[in-house]
Ligand binder design. Structure first.
Ligand SMILES: [Zn+2]
Length: 149
């Protein structure tokens, strides 16, 4: 297990949640995301001496703009030939949480399309949670020798 999560930056941060385009197009989009996750996982594996990885857990915000089905589909392709080949990709969902800067109310919006404060029309909400995309855990086989401890 990793002690710290590894965050991925968005080249184009979603201001609000975007509509889901076609799933097939998403597979192409999420393949590049999967490849960058595999890069990170490879780095962690070589730093810590892991020869194989059984599972990778991602924390994904409801509003992160990630199509999980497409990402899961792209995973096998992205991990082929890497230490994570054949590994499971697991998701830990993070719900949306927004705060109104005008009245300070924090709430879970009824949907990703209704982020605005019900009592302060026209005030842009701050998104406190729901846009994250982190690798939070990497599972390795028990038989891997661990020289670190
Ligand atoms: Zn408000």
């Amino acid at each position: 297990m990793l002690d710290e999560s590894i965050a991925f930056g968005f080249a184009e941060p979603p201001v609000a949640c975007r509509a889901k385009p076609d799933t097939l197009l998403n597979v192409v989009h999420e393949l590049s995301l999967a490849l960058s996750i595999v890069d990170t996982v490879n780095d962690v594996a070589s730093t810590r001496g892991f020869a194989r990885i059984d599972a990778v857990t991602l924390q994904i915000g409801e509003c992160a703009g990630v199509d999980k089905d497409a990402l899961a589909f792209a995973w096998d392709l992205a991990t082929a030939g890497s230490v994570a080949a054949g590994s499971r990709l697991e998701f830990r969902d993070v719900g949306l949480n927004v705060r109104c800067p005008a009245c300070g109310v924090e709430r879970r919006p009824p949907s990703q399309w209704e982020l605005g404060c019900p009592t302060c029309p026209g005030v842009a909400p701050e998104i406190l949670a729901g846009r994250e995309l982190h690798v939070v855990a990497i599972e390795v086989p028990n038989d891997v020798p661990d020289e670190g401890s």
